[in-house]
Design a binder for this molecule. Structure first.
Ligand code: PMP
Length: 462
């Protein structure tokens, strides 16, 4: 159906190049134009209401309206709408936010650098590590290891950290010097009979072997999300990070925790690092940092890394890195207010209550469903993975786009779902979601899943 001329949809088709969109299909199907939001819900330009099961892109932690954040932005815009942070210029919102982040860090951290997106935070952290090793006189210690299926962004360097096929070969990535080890996903990766602990030991041995093969003097850092988000909501097996960190310490390899999704309560602790027992040297965050009302990201570094960078300015030359909008006062002021709100409303305690409720409800409703291979997650992040053969843990042929079809059916049933690789459907609702709203979200998802089951039965009879 072609949208009426001059409608928002038609003008979108005519003019917008969307992120992550099949543009051939889009020329016919057009966009879903979302025009307003309230709480965990958004409405399209036709007035249809949806529950946002993924908080947009895992990010709108306070949902889709908040008067205090509007006021914080407005007040800052009136007072100082822009200033930068180059050459030691500063302003109060950035100073306040840096201080609040250091106070809240999962391990002692020293300094905070600001960017505008998760990709920029990870890119900046890569460059900090390269500069740091140059400053320390170790110019060969530059390689970076992440995991297959990781998602760390899409800029040229952060896209190299990412470990998903769609972000790599079609864009001539990864850059040289970026290596990927196995995904810590027990469901698909474990050998028959292998326990979580045995699987974790094998993955740590693999990492050790890769570092030995490359030469520890050439390996600078290991990158990990505490719970992998966009790669499929993968909760690592028990003892994984304990064993991985022992390997990293042995070889003097820095550990970077990407908290872009997990940070600020998503997993039931303030940081995913605390849920998973991770002690990072560097931590990147974004998304819920400002409840996504405005773009901002941060990189926290420990004193070891900071001292190297500080020395570098004198020994190798200026730390020539920064964005026009690093620490921009308006998003910084909104982030400061966001972190205050999280504390004042007791958001973490709320997640600790409703997170287990959502995990239990997902398992009760879907674990035994013939199309569902695995239900997984922790806190308020979860996924159901659709499979063709439950006993063999075999996914559908990707060409059948089963996950995307469920997401589309979800929209028809009033829930916005996100389909990831392997027909995995993610749940990462606004952190303010209530138990009753979780029920409504899962009712709509269940209805969409039944509609999908009918479609698939028809296809197998055809
Ligand atoms: N890291 C993680 C863990 C992410 O999930 C994302 C985005 N979903 C990014 C980095 C990149 O963030 P951005 O899209 O803001 O560049």
């Amino acid at each position: 159906m072609t949208p009426p001329r001059n409608s928002s949809a038609a003008r979108d088709i005519a003019h917008v190049l969307h992120p992550y969109t099949d543009h051939k299909v889009h020329q016919q199907a057009g966009p879903v134009v979302i025009s307003r939001g309230k709480g965990i819900r958004v409405w399209d330009d036709q007035g249809k209401e949806y529950i946002e099961a993924v908080a947009g892109l895992w990010c709108a932690a306070l949902g889709f309206d908040n008067e205090r954040l509007v006021k914080a932005a407005e007040a800052q815009m009136r007072k100082l709408p822009f200033y930068h942070a180059f050459t030691a210029k500063s302003h109060e919102p950035m100073i306040d936010l840096a201080e609040m982040l250091i106070e809240r860090a999962p391990v002692p951290m020293s300094k905070v650098f600001f960017g505008n997106s998760g990709s920029e935070a990870n890119d900046s952290a890569i460059k900090m590590i390269w500069y740091y090793n140059n400053a320390l006189g170790r110019p060969r210690k530059k390689k970076i290891i992440s995991r297959l299926k990781a998602y760390h962004g899409i800029t040229v360097a952060s896209g190299s950290l990412t470990g998903l096929p769609a972000n790599h070969k079609l864009f001539d990535l990864p850059l040289p010097g970026f290596l990927h080890v196995s995904t810590p996903h027990h469901y698909h990766g474990a050998q028959p009979g292998e326990t979580e602990e045995q699987f974790a030991t094998r993955l740590a041995e693999e990492l050790d072997a890769v570092i030995q093969r490359e030469g520890p003097e050439t390996v600078a850092a290991f990158w990990a999300e505490p719970v992998m988000g966009a790669g499929g909501v993968i909760v690592p097996p028990a003892t994984y990070f304990e064993k991985i960190q022992a390997v990293l310490r042995k070889h003097d390899v820095l550990l970077v925790a990407d908290e872009v999704i997990c940070g600020f309560g998503r997993t039931g602790s303030y940081w995913g690092c605390q849920t998973m027992g991770i002690e990072p040297d560097i931590l990147t965050c974004a998304k819920a940092l400002s409840a996504s009302f405005l773009p901002i990201s941060a990189v926290m570094i420990n004193d070891k890394v900071f001292q190297g960078i500080a020395e570098g300015s004198h020994t190798i030359g200026t730390w020539g890195h920064g964005f026009t909008y690093s620490g921009h006062p308006v998003p910084a002021a909104v982030a400061v207010e966001t972190l205050r709100i999280y504390d004042e409303i007791g958001l973490l305690d709320h997640v600790r209550r409703v997170g287990p409720y959502m995990q239990k409800a997902l398992r009760a409703r879907f674990a035994d469903h013939p199309l569902v291979g695995e239900v997984r997650g922790v806190g308020l992040i979860a996924a159901i993975e659709l499979v063709e053969d439950k006993a063999a843990r075999r996914n559908f042929d990707p060409a059948r786009k089963v996950g995307l079809r469920l997401a589309k059916l979800g929209e028809e049933h009033g829930v916005i779902l996100r389909a990831l690789i392997n027909d995995t459907i993610a749940f990462s609702p606004p952190l303010i979601i209530t138990e009753a709203e979780i029920d409504a979200m899962l009712d709509r998802t269940a209805a969409a899943l039944e509609a999908l089951a009918v479609q698939l039965r028809r296809e197998s009879l055809a």
